[in-house]
Write a protein that binds this ligand. Structure first.
Ligand code: AMP
Ligand code: MG
Length: 381
């Protein structure tokens, strides 16, 4: 009897256990299916001379991605150097008054970018300089009609590149709110006037080094406002992620090998951007056989010549990451390391040099994996 009783209760316990296991398995299965089948949408388009892709998750992903495309296209119409009527085109082609200054009304976005740029221009000791446009154009990087200008021509054009001479009135204190941006006149692709820019004769701007990073920040804000919690933007190698992957794990993003495009390192990211500048992206070979890249040294008015292949910045804000990837490339390795230390480590970097070494900042140690047999690995503390 006892035995029977015992075996009856043990079989009941076994049944309850197997029911519990089945329920646990079922709930794991449902969780797995729902996370695998979470709705997603991938939208690709070309804007700012770049092939851009937005992948977002959630019920509203398709509508949200459409809003991102609209927002980036709207920003392009404001910030482009070539689209007539854009703020930057109007700034660059303005007619000066008798005192040789021009006053140009501009949108909140342009005001914000100029303010931020002035901050970064000072912070980087002019490594970042959006007023280099006349010099960069003379070298043919805007037209594809490449040439090495004379020293005298470069010297003359450098006179026009003192970005600190630009004035803004009134100043904006914070990012223009999305509401004010969305109230913009979408049909014309412009938004309301925020302030007046005063610039000296001949000064011309180009936000090529920060425009995509800024557009990425706006895109993330559009996605958040549309209720998206998980997304990855690839704006021509500028990667920005919102949240984590839908399964709660960080995104894994590769850094390309400048030599043949293979990933040489992977970094785990959530709510962050990873932005690379590299001489290999755009360059021409002069009649002298030398390679001239699209990143310029504002001290010399010439393409940067150093031992770096690429600089990747990891940080929260796309605008900052984009500006710094260009700036640290201009600085070169030693100054880049000093700059990182002086900035209270508010970003991280991964630098790949021409002699196949990799240098990265210590906080990345837990999130970076190396996928290439580098000759030297240096971790900056
Ligand atoms: P990125 O690919 O983000 O490094 O940006 C490079 C682009 O920014 C170039 O194609 C130029 O239009 C512009 N540029 C080049 N050198 C500088 C510089 N030192 N500061 C700011 N913008 C620059
Ligand atoms: Mg940049």
């Amino acid at each position: 009897m006892n035995l029977f009783k015992h075996s009856a209760s043990s079989s009941r316990i076994n049944n309850e256990r197997s029911l519990a296991y089945s329920l646990i398995l079922l709930s794991f299965f449902i969780f797995f299916i729902s996370s695998c089948s979470q709705k997603s949408d991938t939208t690709s388009f070309t804007a700012m001379n770049t092939y851009m892709t937005v992948k977002s998750y959630g019920k509203k992903s398709a509508a949200a991605n459409h809003l991102v495309q609209e927002e980036v296209e709207r920003l392009e119409k404001i910030l482009s150097t070539t689209i007539e009527g854009s703020d930057i085109h109007r700034i660059n082609n303005s007619v000066p008054d008798n005192n040789q200054f021009s006053k140009i009304p501009v949108s909140p976005e342009t005001t914000y970018l100029i303010e931020k740029s002035l901050e970064i221009y000072k912070m980087t000791d002019h490594a970042f300089n959006p007023a280099l446009y006349p010099v960069i154009r003379e070298w043919g990087f805007t037209t594809g009609d490449y040439k090495v200008p004379s020293d005298e021509k470069i010297r003359q054009l450098l006179e026009l590149t003192d970005f600190s001479k630009i004035k803004i009135s009134p100043k904006l204190v914070s990012t223009p709110s999305l509401d004010s941006l969305l109230k913009a006149d979408h049909e014309k692709g412009l938004s309301s006037t925020a302030s007046i820019i005063t610039k000296p004769l001949g000064m011309q701007l180009d936000f090529g080094a920060i425009g995509k990073g800024y557009a990425g920040d706006r895109a993330i804000e559009v996605l958040k406002n549309a209720g998206v919690k998980s997304a990855l933007l690839d704006f021509g190698g500028n990667i920005q992620v919102l949240g984590t992957k839908p399964d709660g794990k960080p995104w894994t993003v590769g850094i390309k090998n400048p030599w043949d495009g293979e990933p040489v390192a992977a970094v785990k990211l959530s709510d962050a951007c990873m932005i690379t500048s590299g001489g290999y992206e755009r360059f021409f070979t002069g009649e002298d056989g030398k390679k001239y890249i699209h990143i310029f040294d504002s001290a010399t008015g010439r393409p940067v010549e150093n031992d770096l292949e690429s600089v990747t910045i990891v940080c929260r804000e796309g605008l900052y990451g984009d500006a710094l990837s260009t700036s640290l490339f201009v600085m070169g390795l030693d100054k880049a390391i000093d700059f990182w230390k002086s900035r209270d480590r508010d970003f991280d970097f991964v630098i790949i040099t021409k002699d196949k070494s990799i240098v990265y900042t210590a906080p990345l140690e837990n999130s970076i994996s190396l996928l290439f047999d580098f000759d030297k690995v240096q971790v900056v503390e």
